[in-house]
Design a binder for this molecule. Structure first.
Ligand SMILES: Nc1nc2c(ncn2[C@@H]2O[C@H](COP(=O)(O)OP(=O)(O)OP(=O)(O)O)[C@@H](O)[C@H]2O)c(=O)[nH]1
Ligand SMILES: [Mg+2]
Length: 406
């Protein structure tokens, strides 16, 4: 798949709607794969001369990096190629985002600048220039800066460029101009099919925004049987108190999606299972489920691995995403039984050694002062996110007491 289409394919369908509007692609009845393809091709075509494009390039337009070079140049940015001599796509997009921000900043009055500055959520007076604003925001926001900058993008879809044909065809002016059309036809066609720079600029900004969203969005699925400790795990690992840790099994009946406060785009999906419940979720929740990057499969050490756990674990594995089994409530096992129990659980699930850990998210206070075994879980998550090309800075630092399983 073309890299641009691959990127679009990693977005939620709803996220692609602004781009579809800019590119005037009709989305009805199109699945994500077809939509990503249609958007990718349309984008490359509008950045190319349609006639040359149709004749020479198989109708799919210029390569996307070439278009980025052109748009970056329109912002006065001169981005050197990467080490391989090819256009440096991420650097070009960063330059385009900064160029767009600067243009907006310079074109507005002080009240609008305040609003623009507020989008960074930085407690500091409005800087005097766009360059200062960008430097300060980069300093303060660190790894999340490009993402936040991309969310300040404001592009407006332009109306289509068919007005000249309507004018020639329908109006009285058309009666006068129509005889001129034949000799002028090559010129008209050349003009009509020229690259659409304004729409290209808007679309490229939107793609830069989507790329940042995909890079920074981390969706972690927390799956497990009733009372296994899903809510306790979300609190222990991510510091998010769902207010739903409960001794009553089945408290989590539906798929819950939470955005972790503090992180730019860390989503936690808390789901009681991967079977029936997944059939009943809303379309919106299904989209999120489809974008889960990694699974934490929580097993209750008090209940153990039964057919339900094995089936659920297999469903997680079948998605092809990394899955980490977490045997929770390890505090309640007698020390002498622990190793035997863990070996048996791992064998029943058929889990690999490096995808299997023992933890206690919410141990009995008399047995441990705080959660047990979190650091290896955190390290595993960081490693998987890096492998997936995601920004591991999205993961919050481990809250609470961290200890090793004894
Ligand atoms: N002893 C012990 N209890 C735990 C541990 N983790 C969670 N619990 C307790 O187990 C119960 C269930 O925890 P939850 O986090 O609500 O489990 P859940 O998987 O979200 O449960 P449902 O939503 O009902 O499916 C609560 O009473 C927790 O305090 C642990 O590591 N050790
Ligand atoms: Mg729960």
């Amino acid at each position: 798949m073309d890299p641009l289409e691959t990127l679009l394919h990693r977005c939620h369908r709803a996220e692609l709607m602004p781009l579809a509007r800019i590119l005037q692609v009709k989305v009805e009845g199109m699945g994500l794969t077809d939509l990503a393809r249609a958007l990718g091709i349309t984008l490359r075509r509008i950045g190319s001369h349609e006639l040359a494009n149709a004749a020479l390039r198989g109708g799919h337009g210029r390569a996307y990096p070439d278009l980025l070079v052109r748009v970056a140049a329109s912002y006065g940015a001169d981005v050197p190629p990467g080490a391989d001599g090819l256009p440096d796509e991420p650097a070009l997009e960063r330059a385009i985002l900064a160029g767009h921000f600067t243009k907006r900043w310079d074109a507005t009055d002080s009240a609008t600048r305040q609003t623009l500055w507020d989008e960074f959520e930085i407690a500091a007076p409005v800087p005097d220039t766009a360059t200062h604003a960008l430097t300060l925001a980069a300093e303060r926001l660190g790894g999340g800066f490009q993402y936040v900058l991309s969310t300040t993008v404001n592009v407006v879809a332009e109306p289509g460029g068919l007005a000249i044909f309507a004018l020639l065809g329908l109006s009285p002016v058309g009666c006068i101009l129509r005889p001129l059309m034949v000799p002028l036809l090559p010129l008209i066609l050349w003009w009509k099919f020229r690259p659409d720079e304004r729409r290209l600029g808007a679309a490229v900004l939107e793609v830069a925004r989507l790329r940042q969203a995909v890079l920074h969005r981390v969706t972690i699925g927390v799956v497990g049987s009733p009372s296994s400790g899903k809510d306790a795990g979300i609190k222990a690992i991510f510091g998010v108190d769902t207010g739903n840790i409960s001794p009553i099994a089945g408290s989590t009946k539906e798929v819950h999606i939470q955005r972790a406060p503090g992180a730019t785009a860390l989503y936690l999906v808390n789901t009681p299972g991967m079977g029936d419940v997944v059939e009943r979720v809303t379309e919106e929740a299904r989209q999120v489920l489809n974008h889960i990057d990694v699974y934490l499969y929580v097993v209750n050490a008090e209940g153990g691995v039964q057919a339900r756990e094995k089936a659920d674990y297999d469903r997680c594995k079948a998605t092809g995403k990394p899955v980490l089994v977490l045997i929770n409530k390890i505090d309640v096992l007698r020390p002498r039984d622990k190793d035997k129990y863990l070996a048996d659980a791992r064998q029943k699930l058929g889990a690999p050694e490096d995808g299997f850990m023992a933890v206690a998210f919410d141990p009995l206070p008399e047995l441990a002062p705080g959660p047990i075994g979190l650091q290896p879980v955190h390290d595993w998550l960081v490693a998987r996110l890096v492998e997936l090309g995601k920004d591991p800075a999205e993961l919050p630092a481990l809250p609470g007491v961290v200890g090793a399983v004894s």
